[in-house]
Design a binder for this molecule. Structure first.
Ligand SMILES: Cc1ncc(COP(=O)(O)O)c(C=O)c1O
Length: 400
């Protein structure tokens, strides 16, 4: 199950530019096979989905392939996979739909660790019906979002708990399974943002016990779109707004308008690419994905140790992510130095390390970083030690 990073890198034309990409948590680079799949899907005979003409069947097959690929990636029922333009759009859509069942006095729990896309839509939906929002707090000293911090704000009135699978700046990976158990004990729904988690580990939504789980493909070597999964039975219970002639069938009734078949083909190609990164002795696509993601996680964890220890040795640095269980993403700043200046200076050296709150606005504020945040460097399947050496050498020059 060895992870051959050079073989993997050879699939990414953008790596030939000499850029060192640490901006994967914002969006990863894309292998040629994904671009080819998009081009083929949009130029072959294609019509609106149906089962009569050859071109309709092509579209139908792409949609079926998309749902099955997502099902293999995150271990869900393909009949509950919903396509979305972005994760933010999916959360907004589902928050409005779920809020139809809320009323004054009901409680919704959001976490301070989350990207704003899994906070604000819930707050706005709660406000619209007079429901109360309660906050699960992470500890800024340890970076942990403890199960107890979620339990502390649960009550029999809780309708839904929205928590991230991993903080997209400080990397914290909360114990989702235990949180899910606590959430279900009070009879609430568990809504998990898997956007920053899914690119770094084996995900089994069944094992986590999330009622809703989603991620974005563009963080996962795919095109700019997202998916959400829930059990078809749960989706059946939701009464979303839809056009009159549009189908009532699940999951289609949550996908508005004509689907972008070409992007969906690209998504399936990205998942196939993941399956072939380090498939080991896997026979099914799911088995290959599990092997690949295990190998990737081991590879990234080792590289993360190198990244973190190298940056930690620099003068005046503060590293903000301290959780025991973390993604390979560091969030950091230097005493007396402006983050944006460092971001710009590194860019001139062809090293991509942006500075921002990255929409984890609550995290940034809680850490005392205001709204401007800090620098973020994240690893991706194509990251290598030489990238880290370039980053550290660049930082040394800039700080000197
Ligand atoms: C953890 C997390 N959630 C949500 C998002 C937003 O995803 P999208 O751009 O698909 O709306 C991001 C993107 O940065 C993210 O990192």
């Amino acid at each position: 199950m060895s992870y051959d990073v050079q073989r993997i890198r050879s699939n990414f034309p953008s790596l030939n530019t000499g850029l060192a990409f640490f901006d994967g948590p914002g969006g990863s680079q894309v292998p040629t096979v994904v671009g080819d799949a998009i081009a083929q899907a949009i130029t072959k005979p294609i019509s609106n989905r149906n089962v009569v003409t050859e071109s309709e069947k092509n579209a139908e097959e792409i949609v079926r392939g998309f749902r099955h690929a997502v099902a293999d990636l995150i271990d869900v029922d393909p009949r509950g996979v919903v396509y979305g333009r972005s994760w933010t759009q999916l959360v907004y859509d589902f928050s409005r739909t779920l809020a139809k069942n809320w009323q004054e006095g009901d409680e919704i729990v959001v976490s301070r660790l989350d990207h704003d896309s899994n906070i604000r839509p819930w707050i706005q939906a709660a406000e619209a019906v007079g429901a109360t929002v309660r906050w699960a707090e992470f500890d800024p000293k340890t970076s942990e979002l403890e199960v107890a911090a979620v339990e502390a704000v649960l009550s029999p009135k809780t309708k839904l708990v929205a928590v991230t699978g991993a903080g997209n700046t400080i990397g914290t990976r909360p114990d989702l399974k235990s949180i899910g158990t606590a959430v279900h004990k009070v009879g609430a729904l568990f809504f998990v943002d898997g956007v920053h988690l899914t690119p770094h580990t084996v995900v089994s939504v069944k094992d986590i016990g999330a009622d809703f789980f989603g991620f974005s493909f563009y963080k996962l070597m795919g095109p700019h779109c997202a998916a959400l999964a829930a059990s078809p039975a749960l989706l059946e219970t939701l009464n979303n707004d839809k056009l009159l002639p549009a189908t009532k069938v699940v999951p289609e009734r949550f996908e508005f308008g004509t689907l972008p078949y070409e992007l969906m083909a690209g998504c399936s190609a990205a998942i196939d690419f993941i399956a072939e990164m380090a498939p080991g002795d896997g026979k099914t696509r799911r088995e290959k994905i599990v092997n690949s993601m295990k190998s990737l996680e081991k590879y990234e964890d080792e590289l993360m140790e190198y990244l973190e220890s190298s940056v930690a040795a620099l003068p005046g640095v503060t590293l903000y992510g301290r959780a025991k269980h973390r993604t390979p993403t560091i969030y950091f700043s230097f005493a007396g130095r402006n983050n944006a200046d460092i971001y710009n200076a590194l860019a001139l050296k062809k090293v991509n390390v942006p500075a921002s709150n990255f929409y984890a606005l609550e995290v940034s504020r809680k850490l005392g970083l205001g709204d401007s945040g800090a620098l973020r460097a994240g690893l991706a399947p194509y990251s290598i030690r030489e990238d880290i050496d370039r980053l550290v050498a660049g930082l040394k020059e800039i700080l000197a």
